[in-house]
Design a protein around this ligand. Sequence first.
Ligand SMILES: C[S@@+](CC[C@H](N)C(=O)[O-])C[C@H]1O[C@@H](n2cnc3c(N)ncnc32)[C@H](O)[C@@H]1O
Length: 167
Amino acid sequence: MISDKLILDACCGPRMFYFNKRHPNVLYQDIRVEEKGYIPIRPSCEVQPDIVMDFRKMSHPDKSFKMVVFDPPHLITGGENGWIRKKYGILNKQTWREDIGQGFKECWRVLEDYGTLVFKWNEESIAIKEVLALFPVQPILGHPTARSGKTKWCIFIKIPEVTYLLM
Ligand SMILES: C[S@@+](CC[C@H](N)C(=O)[O-])C[C@H]1O[C@@H](n2cnc3c(N)ncnc32)[C@H](O)[C@@H]1O
């Protein structure tokens, strides 16, 4: 039987980029739960994943999803009480390379063959080139230039036996 949850969002946060924040085909995952009001200046903001799990070590079987969405924290610094930090999380200065690299590996493992991985990054703290260098495969398309905006979207496709898809 095919599960309704065809899509995994490995770190959904407050689901800001969804047109439908309760899409029935998405399994929303995050490492934390936050109730409404946890950011006083953003009172409707909440983090309510379907499942609390660490993207570095997921218990989903191999090849479980047709699409995986990976939008990890991207800021290295941010005030202890800054609302952006609370809303989107923050990278660990010492371990972010291992954390993001391991997260990508896990997302790739749980993605079906011919499935699509959507990766989002913001270059405020770290250039996307530095992050893509941590991954064993490269995106098929995305933002190869940095002319406009710091937010970058990349699309990967999992073609069996092909380990490198060069831009
Ligand atoms: C940039 S936000 C995601 C924003 C989301 N895409 C949206 O539309 O609102 C990153 C999220 O990753 C979560 N996160 C950080 N480390 C994680 C981990 N090891 N496993 C799962 N989620 C993690 C944070 O709690 C945060 O909610």
